[in-house]
Design a protein around this ligand. Structure first.
Ligand SMILES: [Zn+2]
Length: 260
């Protein structure tokens, strides 16, 4: 894997052309502008997605495109809902068409190894639809798109125990809580106000949603679980386990071409 520049936004167009010509891939990070409790910045999802993309890009000869920093509507039981000042979301239709248009541009540049890497739960399905639409009507095109809607499913048992001590509520509920706070403490401690972190939970958790959103499904802080249990050490440990399988997935589905 070459030492070529990775951040597309920092590259000149001939550098991007050179990346295309050597067979490099492109990773599009997807995040959100969404409240993340009293202690994390609105860009948490976009930062995690972009940093993850960079970590994967270095080991798979990809460049990282500028992230999509607005996400699909925040939902109460996975992101706190739309009631918080600062949470700035787009509709499903807008997200679908944004992904479609951006991927179509990557194809026009000549990229044939394309990765969509998401950190905001609610973007799922819409990003898949955008990727589908971008490829529609291009039969015979050898381009492949890897759609990663959830960057991880389950970490090793030892790490799950280290992070949650047998008290894991599910990833949707883990919003602005142990995992995201730990990862941000590891990556960007300067952006975390850890002294403001609180443990929180919704008054009622149900397997269904109610519209309009009912107050008992929304937490006061915006965190949905026990943010005070986070640490930089937990974040570092989890991060390694997240990056490894993603590198593997990209190399399996979109192998680096010989001579790259
Ligand atoms: Zn998040």
């Amino acid at each position: 894997v070459s030492e070529a520049p990775r951040q597309m936004s920092h590259m000149t167009w001939p550098e991007v052309r050179a990346a295309v010509e050597r067979g490099a891939g492109v990773i599009l990070p997807l995040g959100s502008t969404e409240q993340h409790g009293l202690h994390l910045p609105l860009a948490c999802d976009a930062i995690c997605a972009a940093d993850l993309a960079l970590a994967v890009a270095e080991q798979t000869d990809c460049v990282v495109a500028p992230p999509i920093v607005y996400g699909y509507r925040s939902r109460p039981m996975s992101g706190g809902g739309q009631g918080f000042v600062g949470t700035t979301s787009i509709s499903g239709q807008t997200l679908i068409l944004t992904v479609r248009d951006v991927v179509a541009e990557f194809l026009r540049h000549g990229f044939r190894r394309i990765v969509l890497l998401n950190w905001h739960n609610e973007n799922s399905n819409f990003m898949y639809e955008g990727a589908h639409l971008a490829l529609e009507g291009r039969p015979g095109d050898e381009a492949k798109i890897l759609v990663i809607e959830s960057p991880f499913e389950r970490l090793s048992d030892a790490t799950m125990e280290e992070l949650f001590a047998g008290d894991f509520p599910g990833w949707a509920t883990e919003h602005a809580a142990i995992m995201e706070t730990s990862v941000m403490l590891h990556l960007h401690p300067d952006l975390v106000h850890f002294d403001r972190a609180v443990d929180d939970r919704v008054a009622r958790a149900t397997p269904y949603e109610v519209l309009p959103v009912q107050p008992e499904f929304v937490t006061e802080s915006g965190s949905l679980w026990k943010a005070t249990r986070a640490s930089a050490e937990k974040g570092e440990r989890a991060w390694k386990e997240i990056v490894g399988p993603l590198v593997e997935a990209v190399l399996t589905e979109l192998p680096v071409q010989a001579g790259a």
